[in-house]
Design a protein around this ligand. Structure first.
Ligand code: FAQ
Length: 324
């Protein structure tokens, strides 16, 4: 007979039903769980997994847009893009710190990213072919990320929830600048319109996928929902994303690359089948730019070795002085 795993039940050997009942009652009362509080080991593990993968996504997410900083078409667009890419680095920082409050170390998390053990968002394995991709990332990718993160701002773990509040306000600026750019191009010259449409054709489905597999194929959702980490399911968040973005993209004069897209009797936009084979192949690194992205992160990590060494030497010296 096979026994259910902690990932399925949430209960790790050594934990009692009373501890769990007390913990779940706190969540039911809407209290935030803070770093020093008792929490199930599986709650901690799930949060470290999710928050560290989220942090990796922000940091790897700097790469596709960062490539365009030197090629921005105007000073205004360049300063906006530089601010956005720097914001993503800051988001990575907040999130790594949030994961550290749970006992994860920066070294372990970075090692997990660089070795390919930890995931990061599938969306950042897609290439940016034209300048319009920068706008489309802002409109669609930040747009999808905000839907997910607004939900996470209400999650039960205090440090993650508070990081999300701050991140969402910055993402809102990212979203607006992307939309403003694409709307301008969609109303621009025939070449600009074609560039905007081409970007939509390539980013629409990856943006749909980034919100995670359908609920029936989402093994982590059970415990995440039970413990108030996820307040909405992957499909619910995807539906919110579609309902907001489909009318706006259409109003901009763009065509969504989904022949099955239609509105149901409740006003919800319904999409056609998602190519999940592509999604899993991208995550496994069999399709897309996974090797290039990890190579770029590894090079940045190696280049930063002298900074870490200098910080360590300074800390050692301060400790020696204090000991004297
Ligand atoms: N890519 O059981 P579920 C951004 C994995 S931030 C790769 O449904 P869960 C800002 C999942 O990890 C974007 N892997 O998983 C920005 C799990 O595998 P595991 C990142 C994915 O956790 C904008 C397996 O599939 N946001 O864009 C993906 O319940 C522009 C089964 O899935 C966050 O990370 C994926 N797309 O739900 C930056 C938000 N989806 O770990 C720069 C926090 C699923 O068991 C420029 N995370 N998987 O081996 C979450 O909300 C959740 O983790 C989900 C997935 C909703 C992403």
């Amino acid at each position: 007979m096979t026994h259910p795993t902690p990932a399925q039940t949430g209960i790790t050997p050594g934990e009692t039903a009373e501890q769990h009942a007390h913990f779940e009652a706190r969540i039911a009362r809407g209290e935030k769980i803070e770093a020093g509080d008792w929490m199930p080991a599986e709650y901690r593990r799930q949060l470290i997994r999710m928050i560290s993968q989220h942090a990796h996504s922000e940091v790897v997410g700097m790469l596709p847009e960062g490539e365009w900083i030197t090629r921005a078409p105007s000073l205004k667009r360049k300063t906006i893009l530089m601010a956005k890419v720097q914001d993503e680095a800051g988001h990575g920082q907040y999130l790594y710190h949030a994961a550290e409050t749970l006992g994860a170390t920066r070294e372990d998390m970075l090692q997990a990213l660089l070795s390919g053990k930890a995931k990061y968002s599938s969306i950042f394995n897609y290439p940016t072919h034209t300048w319009a991709d920068v706008g489309m990332i802002g409109w669609l990718v930040d747009g999808a990320a905000i839907k997910n993160q607004t939900m996470l701002a209400g999650c039960s773990y205090g440090p993650y929830s508070r990081a999300m509040v701050r991140i969402c306000s910055e993402e809102t600026f990212h979203h607006k600048q992307g939309k403003e750019m694409i709307v301008a191009y969609a109303q621009g010259t025939p070449e600009q319109r074609a560039m905007a449409q081409d970007a939509l054709n390539r980013w629409w489905w990856p943006a749909m996928m980034m919100l995670g597999p359908h609920d029936a194929d989402s093994p982590n959702s059970g415990v995440l929902t039970k413990w108030g980490i996820k307040l909405k399911s992957n499909d619910e968040v995807r539906q919110e994303f579609i309902n907001e973005h489909v009318p706006e993209l259409m109003e901009a004069g763009l065509t969504i690359p989904d022949p099955d897209l239609h509105q149901d009797e409740h006003g919800n936009w319904r999409h056609g089948p998602i190519h999940w084979d592509e999604f899993w192949a991208v995550i496994r690194g069999e399709q897309g730019l996974n090797k290039e992205r990890l190579g770029a992160r590894q090079a940045a990590h190696d280049d930063g070795a002298w900074v870490r060494d200098a910080l360590q030497a300074y800390t050692d010296r301060q400790r020696a002085v204090a000991a004297d």
